[in-house]
Ligand binder design. Structure first.
Ligand code: NAP
Length: 260
């Protein structure tokens, strides 16, 4: 009954227009689920920074909107019905812009954000509120450091000449870097055996990570636990909640189906 009513809405050209703010594995899973459902008109937006991004199914646009005003205009011009902010938990600016643009255009919004990791009894986490605080903690003594923060934020460690850094990112950082380093270009998912091998081979004594959450990059936590290596864990920035917030793709699909 519900499905035929929904199909009827699509037949008369009323597919729900969804803008997914993407750049994460969850955003690609959501695009895939909505594509399979077939009753949504979906566009995924990417920031356009990664040279060879993992692409979702369906329509993709790329590049900034020009702040909250630009995003609000894009929503109006493209008659977007619903926005799903499925960006990375550390992509705070686009999340704030989305909240502002949705409020201005009275567009309903959902936030799809993976849950943060939590430390277990065998983990040795050193909490940091920001990248700057993480850099201050790292500067306290010379060590061999594994920077797993992506390429953004590496410049916070650029002045540290006493430690050696293994910097892993998808594309090479284009900002200043600490003088003693190795750049390792790699894209997750990673497994714990590989992470243990990597940390052992480079003699890693300290890991720096954002609390991104999710399974794709969780193996480094397992490896650090196994090797008893401390992790400077950077807290997430605060971001607005939207009308509906969840960590599960299926929940967003259900929420969107209720809008058909
Ligand atoms: P950010 O600091 O929150 O955003 C900076 C600016 O980039 C935004 O104001 C916006 O430009 C543009 N932008 C960001 N995401 C966009 C999107 N999905 N579509 C269109 N424009 C976007 O973002 P960020 O931390 O640089 O992250 C950029 C992208 O990489 C995001 O899509 C995020 O999901 C993904 N990502 C980020 C991280 C991370 O650690 N930060 C990790 C993995 C993936 P305008 O103001 O001009 O609209």
């Amino acid at each position: 009954m519900a499905a035929s009513a929904a199909r009827c809405a699509v037949d008369v050209g009323q597919a729900v227009k969804v803008l997914i703010l993407g750049g994460t594995s969850e955003s690609r899973s959501l695009a895939q689920a909505l594509h399979v459902d077939g009753r949504f008109d979906v566009t995924t937006s990417l920031a356009g920074r990664v040279r060879d991004p993992a692409l979702p199914v369906g329509r993709v646009r790329s590049g900034g909107f020009g702040g909250p005003d630009g995003l609000a205009s894009w929503i109006r011009d493209n008659q977007v019905d619903v926005v799903v902010d499925a960006t990375h938990p550390f992509a705070a600016e686009i999340s704030r812009n989305a909240a502002s643009a949705c409020a201005r255009t009275s567009t309903p919004s959902a936030v799809l954000r993976r849950r943060p990791w939590t430390a277990g009894p065998d983990d040795r986490w050193i909490p940091a509120e920001s990248m700057t605080e993480a850099a201050t903690i790292v500067a306290q003594q010379p060590r061999r450091v594994f920077l797993t923060i992506g390429r953004q934020g590496v410049d916070a460690f650029a002045e540290n000449a006493s430690s050696w850094f293994l910097i892993r990112s998808i594309d090479a950082p284009d900002t200043s870097m600490p003088p003693h380093h190795e750049v390792l270009l790699a894209r997750g998912p990673f497994d714990s055996a590989g992470e243990i091998e990597l940390m052992r081979s480079r003699g890693i004594e300290l890991v720096v990570s954002k609390n991104s959450g999710g399974a794709m990059t969780e193996a480094k936590l397992v490896a650090a636990r196994e090797l008893r290596i401390p992790i400077v864990m950077i807290d997430r920035p605060r971001t607005p909640p939207g009308d509906f917030e969840t960590g599960a793709v299926d929940d967003v699909v259900s929420w969107l189906r209720r809008r058909l």
